[in-house]
Every structure is written in structure tokens, then in C-alpha cells.
Design a protein around this ligand. Sequence first.
Ligand code: NI
Length: 226
Amino acid sequence: MLHVPGVLSPDEVRELRAVIDAAAWEDGNATSGKQSALAKANRQLPEVSDTARQAGAKVREAVTRSPLFMAAALPHTVYPPLFNRYGPGQTFGDHVDNAMRFQRDQGIRVRTDLSATLFLAAPDDYDGGELVVEDTYGAHEVKLPAGDLILYPASSLHRVMPVTRGERVASFFWIQSLVRDDAKRTLLFDLDVAIQTLAQDAGLGAPAIVSLTGTYQNLLRMWAEL
Ligand code: NI
């Protein structure tokens, strides 16, 4: 799991919220399968609406500008971001996201390697609504400032806790990564971060840094699938 701070600035969050808040929202189960409808109670922007498409494009641009997001996700395809909101009593119980997502409209097809949630409401504006992600180390609760994003393996069991006050607004989407295996992708990210840190002292052109960068690129070449 990785926290990517400041994907959107406070001004960008305000602008985006003004656009999406004014749009027509629908029951989050309009497009759900039967199993997911059992666990899910929220509202969503209709996936094919102009608002969702334009706001989603803004979010997609913003994440692809983030070096931290790019290094961690190594995106092959970013699914067009969607938007949801949870008011008092609304929740999304334990589930694992579908392995494949199809956006027939834009002809986009992704294998969901990673899930992302971009928070669009300040934590003080609502109670509850934590994203809880389970991994082999237990359950992790996430509630981030507006504009911050959490990236987590789409294979993990997760839930959104019931909101008890205010409204939780977020964008959510999936990423097909060039490197589908979480363990390999994590190794590449750790190596990348270590190289960047070492290069701050030694300089990018230091022979050992050049060698490590070559190793990074050759591992990526070995593991990347287009
Ligand atoms: Ni989910």
C-alpha cells in the first residue's frame, strides 16, 4: 500500500468538487453485480456521463504527473476514474474488486492489478468512511486529506466503513500495471527509491548509480508485459 500525497492541490479539489457536486448522481448499484449489490450502499456518477468523463480525465492527468504514483504503479493502462459518495448510513462491505474492467464506450479493457482511491472530502467533514484494506499483516485503516491518494493491490479484501456524519466523496479507479506481480513491482519500486536517494549524494552519473540504474531497467525489461 502506498500513500501518494498532494495528487490534487486544494484549489484543484475545490474545482473538481464544484463540477461533480452539481451533477446528477445515481444509486451505486446501477451497474453492480448481484454479489456486490449485497454489500454496497452509496451513490456514483454515471460512468458514461460527460461530467464523469471530464472530471475523470482531470484525475487521470493528475496521477500521471505524479512521479511517486508512476514509480509505484508502473501503469500500463489507467482505467477512467469514477466517483462515489457515501452519506450517513452508507457503506461498502468486504469485497475484492473484479479482476477485469471493461469500458465499452471508450474501448478500454484493463486487468485490475492495483486499486486507487483519491480522497475528495476533508477528513473533518465526515465521520466514519475509512477505507480498510486487509493484507497478510492485518487490517489497515485509511482516511486521507482531500487531494491525497492511496494505492493498494486490487487483489486485497477491502471495505468502506459506514459514514455516520457528513459525506465521503472520492474518485476511485484501477490500474493495469506493466508488472502484474505485486512482489516484483514492490522490488522495483524499492530499488528505484534507493537509487534516487543515493543519487542525491553521489550524483546520477556516479558509476555505481549507473550500474544500479541498469539493473533496474533490466529487471523492468525482464518483467514488463505490454
Ligand atoms: Ni472495491
